[in-house]
Design a binder for this molecule. Structure first.
Ligand code: GLU
Length: 449
């Protein structure tokens, strides 16, 4: 970062309202560093105070969720929806049910979502929501009652033109089906108010696969830009949830070697690459059996380990935020990792990101690399509005097109604005700048409101 960008960022953060949370300020700062010099150089952007406006969400909805567990006891959770910006389209972003969910985390994710959604080129605003509810170990009945209570509180703020939530950690197609039904009942309308729904309730083909597939399409474009290919490459993927599994399947189908998948319990290692059966098994195995994969699958389980020490050439963190710390980044560099693309949202700690940049590992931020999920959500909205269902092939082609255009946009900005000693595009800067320009032009045209 130049001295001028550092000084502008310091002044900008100091001038913000003092009651912002430190976690949120870190997220804002990471974008401010890249975009403030552009804002100051453009009289219209500067006069409109674009970035400062974007840091204030349009609206934050906080609510209580009260429900009854299987024992008949009343449980109380907190729910939120941060509606950050609807400048480019209806508020759009996932719902996260996880015990570590709180308002500052959701504000950070909502702010990032505005930039991610702008990059897709689709008419999508930005939002994020969720609850501090832990679905792990809850029965199907408890999940259903929680979903009903959650949506009863949130429904008045949701709608196809207003705010279109989707899934995120702890919220998948089944939960979205339950939520969509409650919304339909309350709004006395059919749907289109949530995406990621089951196919039989108006969902889109490939929505479940979209984030993982899109990540691999983005990775292929990154490799191509560097004059390299995917075939035979050793890729470590963290997680074994929706994003990780679909990324692994796509990689395996394209001839890459998926050498690792993981969970909180440890990492599964296949030095020559996993077969389709091993990936399918890991997608399904219950937590208490996963440590003992059948021998025919050729998987070694490393208890308590992350996959980053297994010497991948390419790393795809697809589990959760801050999952790669400084030591993990060091392990990646030592093992010869050359590329990293974020399937999860914000999976690198700040010091891990700095280290990888210093060591010339080419890294793509989640707001670009994992935008395939929200992009197919955008296509689901379009299908719902048309009362149509597209074929798998049509959705896949559209997803591929979005990821390739997005890569080109981000790589061009990232090359034009990279430091001189950089080998390739600075994807972080590229993504922040490309998204900022879209938001800034719209902000200026929209006037002061
Ligand atoms: N939660 C996903 C994301 O982080 C998907 C959001 C959506 O489809 O609205 O982008």
């Amino acid at each position: 970062m130049s001295d001028r960008a550092a000084a502008l960022t310091r002044a900008f953060i100091d001038d913000l309202r003092p009651d912002h949370d430190a976690v949120y300020l870190k997220t804002v700062e990471a974008i401010a560093r890249d975009v403030l010099t552009v804002e100051k150089a453009n009289a219209d952007f500067a006069a409109a105070r674009v970035l400062e406006r974007l840091t204030e969400p349009d609206r934050v909805i906080a609510f209580r969720v009260t429900w009854r567990d299987d024992a008949g006891d009343v449980q109380i959770n907190r729910g939120w929806r941060v509606q950050q910006s609807n400048l480019l389209g209806p508020y759009k972003g996932g719902l996260r049910w996880h015990p570590a969910t709180n308002l500052p985390v959701l504000q950070s994710l909502a702010f990032e979502q505005v930039f991610k959604n702008a990059l897709t080129g689709l008419p999508l605003g930005g939002a994020k929501g969720g609850a501090d509810f832990d679905p792990a170990g809850r029965s199907a009945g408890e999940i259903e009652r929680f979903a009903q209570a959650f949506m009863t509180a949130l429904a008045p703020h949701v709608g196809p033109e207003r705010d279109v939530p989707a899934g995120d950690m702890g919220v998948g197609a089944h939960e979205l089906g339950l939520l969509a039904r409650v919304w339909s009942q309350q709004a006395q309308a059919w749907g289109g108010a949530l995406t990621g729904k089951p196919l039989c309730l108006g969902g889109s083909r490939l929505r479940a696969e979209a984030t993982g597939y899109g990540l691999v399409y983005f990775l292929c474009a990154m490799l191509e830009a560097a004059g390299e290919g995917i075939e035979g490459r050793r890729v470590a993927v963290s997680g074994r949830g929706n994003v990780a599994i679909h990324a692994a399947r796509k990689l395996q189908g394209m001839g890459a070697r998926v050498i690792a998948l993981s969970s909180r319990a440890g990492a599964w290692h296949a030095p020559d690459g996993m077969g389709a059966q091993a990936i399918d098994w890991l997608a399904e195995a219950p937590a208490d059996q996963a440590a003992n994969p059948p021998a025919r699958l050729g998987l070694d389980f490393h208890e308590g380990r992350k996959p980053w020490g297994l010497e991948p050439e390419i790393a795809l963190p697809c589990a959760t935020q801050n999952e790669i710390d400084h030591d993990d980044a060091q392990a990646l560099v030592r093992g010869g990792c050359k590329f990293l693309a974020e399937g999860a949202n914000m999976p690198l700690t700040a010091s891990a990101a700095r280290l990888l940049a210093r060591k010339h590992v080419i890294c793509a931020p989640g707001k670009a690399a994992n935008a395939g999920g929200v992009a197919v959500s955008g296509l689901e909205m379009r299908q719902n509005a048309e009362y149509a269902r597209w074929s798998t092939d049509r959705v896949d082609k559209a997803l591929r097109g979005v990821m390739q255009r997005l890569h080109r946009l981000v790589a061009e900005e990232g090359l034009a604005n990279a430091a001189l000693d950089r080998a390739g595009p600075d994807y972080h800067r590229g993504a922040n700048l490309a998204a900022y320009r879209r938001m800034a032009r719209a902000t200026v045209e929209a006037g002061a409101v």
